[in-house]
Design a protein around this ligand. Structure first.
Ligand code: FAD
Length: 428
């Protein structure tokens, strides 16, 4: 049987501590799973003891979905092995691995797949929700690079999902979040990317910020897929740039320098692995956190002006497009492939007395941007309705899938897709 940790046991507090320090919940037990069989045991144990079940990988869900108050936490972090076949360009990644573990193992061979920007984020939660990273415009989202999943479903069955095995489950796992079971293994397609990256960040004088943003938006329309445009706005400071993975990348620099009066600049050649850990400290644990997210299909001038009415919080934009948009919308649960930019507006602080101020400020700022938004990324939803991540037809299909695999909503501590209510005959 799986090792169960309870209050007072060594490792219990570590397991229940997640990225957002606002989350301080106490599970009745933590099942530290090392094998698929232990995950099966844990799911059965939780249901037999009527415990609310949560699944932990990197612990980076902003809402702290991985930690159930008084329930059972299925802690996958002991399952962090990554195996790479450099010839087949495949990686098999256990369900509790962190992005840094995947990146490191793949980069030993000059390979990589799309992964997020902070190495202590979990492969599990990130990939199941979609998975945006610096390679996505070239190779698609993390979920677009999954070839197969091993999943333990709510009834304790171990199933494989791929394009030709349990194809509907495969469809739902690609962007539908942690709704359909516990993924114990992901098989990823890897790509040859070399080891080099270029970071460009240019800061402009505040009085020219609007014009700079407009120019940046126009440049983005023709950006090569190696480049992912970024913008960071906080108060009246605007920094625009791009991340380039691969050789070259300097051709765009003069156009950025010409966007306005430059007051500061970072132009840094680095390795892909260093790029992937660059924000690890600033995005470190211990802090109280809140964010709101939006997708934008277009950024009209009024939206840029609204973005610039920034109340001193962080607003980060990252470009989509390229290979993300090449995938037909109906091919996977992930939606909003026509997104031009993703916004995350976020703050961190330490004093609980500041909670209300920052949460209120972020909500208000996000509300002023909502009229221009086309939806939101599942993994940035924070108190938002699930409908922001999926259009109605997708949500209907996901609901049907949820009803098949988890009719009792055992896996509900997530960005939840609720199953249809069954009438006892099995019909929805
Ligand atoms: P957890 O809290 O452990 O898990 C979140 C949920 O995912 C769980 O409740 C569970 O429902 C599900 N889950 C996790 N693992 C499994 C599994 N193996 N099987 C079944 N369900 C599972 N997103 C991006 O796309 N790109 C980024 O660059 C990016 N950067 C980020 C940086 C930081 C610092 C943070 C905090 C978040 C970032 N995100 C990014 C968002 C991130 O994708 C989500 O926060 C995601 O939920 C984190 O997954 P996790 O495994 O770390 O979190």
């Amino acid at each position: 049987m799986t090792e169960l940790l309870r209050t007072g046991d060594a490792g219990y507090d570590e397991a229940r501590t997640v990225w957002n320090a606002m989350i301080d919940r106490r599970p009745a037990a933590v099942a530290r799973c090392s094998t698929t069989a232990e995950v099966v045991d844990a799911i059965r144990y939780g249901q037999e003891h009527d415990l609310e079940i949560a699944v932990r990988c990197g612990g980076h869900s902003i809402a702290g979905h991985a930690v159930p108050e008084g329930g059972l936490m299925i802690d996958l972090t002991p399952m962090n092995a990554v195996r790479v076949d450099p010839v087949a360009r495949r990686a098999w990644v256990q369900g509790g691995a962190m992005l840094g573990e995947l990146d490191k193992a793949a980069q030993e061979h000059g390979l990589a797949t799309t992964a997020g920007n902070v190495s202590h984020t979990g492969v599990g939660g990130l990939t199941l929700g979609g998975g945006m990273g610096w390679l996505a415009r070239r190779f698609g989202l993390a979920c677009d690079n999954v070839i197969s999943y091993e999943v333990v479903t709510a009834d304790g069955s171990v199933v494989r999902a791929s394009a030709d095995e349990n194809a509907e489950l495969f469809w739902g796992l690609r962007g539908g979040g942690g709704n359909f079971g516990v993924v114990t293994s992901f098989e990823f397609q890897l790509h040859e990317i070399g080891t080099r990256a270029l970071i460009v960040e240019v800061t402009y004088a505040a009085d020219g910020a609007f014009d700079a943003l407009r120019g940046w938006r126009e440049l983005n329309a023709d950006a090569p897929r190696e480049a992912t445009f970024t913008a960071y706005i906080s108060g009246d400071t605007v920094t625009l740039g791009y991340i380039w993975v691969g050789d070259g990348g300097y051709d765009l620099l003069p156009a950025f320098r010409a966007l306005g009066t430059v007051t500061g600049e970072v132009v840094e050649e680095t390795t892909y692995l260093k790029l992937q850990t660059r924000d690890d400290n600033v995005q470190g644990h211990r802090f109280r956190r809140y964010w709101k997210g939006h997708y934008f299909k277009s950024l009209p001038d009024e939206a840029l002006l609204a973005l610039l009415r920034n109340p001193g919080v962080g607003a980060s934009l990252q470009a989509y497009g390229g290979a993300i948009a090449d995938v037909p919308d109906e091919a996977a649960a992930f939606s909003h492939r026509d997104t031009l930019f993703e916004l995350v507006t976020a703050m961190r602080w330490e004093d609980p007395a500041e909670d209300e101020t920052w949460i209120g400020t972020l909500r208000e700022y996000a509300a002023t941007l909502a009229p221009y938004a086309s939806g939101a990324y599942l993994n940035t939803l924070n108190g938002d309705p699930i409908q922001r991540a999926f259009p109605p037809a997708k949500l209907d299909r996901l609901t049907a899938l949820k009803t098949t695999y988890d009719p009792g909503n055992v896996f509900h501590l997530n960005q939840n897709i609720t199953p249809a209510v069954l009438d006892g005959t099995g019909a929805a």
